[in-house]
Design a protein around this ligand. Sequence first.
Ligand code: AMP
Ligand code: ZN
Length: 114
Amino acid sequence: MDSCLFCKIVAGTIPCAKVYENETVLAFRDIDPKAPTHILVIPKEHVESVHDVPAEKANLLAELMMAVSAVVVQENLVEAGYRLVINSGSDGGQAVVHLHVHILAGRSLHWPPG
Ligand code: AMP
Ligand code: ZN
């Protein structure tokens, strides 16, 4: 989608600090980190959120979560722990309307979130 920030990152027209990439998924460091480690994992295909993925594309969600799994292992986050967040819609605090999983780690995270 032409106007989408994360589609521009996928296309390479906006740079990113890449952490992981495969055929369907890209992971990069958040530009405004909310924890010592803050990585975003996105499908390369533009979908707005989990509710925007039709059943026939369910493998996209599997690919996304398997990439999250690869990233937390690659970045040595498993032992100390990490949190996964998907913001959706205005009450969910979603600023970029392209599905992304936040990986937050490197400090003790509060619960419940604000
Ligand atoms: P959300 O509020 O869940 O939509 O998260 C969007 C995230 O994208 C925020 O944490 C932003 O800091 C991050 N972000 C915005 N622009 C960029 C960028 N150019 N590169 C990396 N992360 C970005
Ligand atoms: Zn997009």
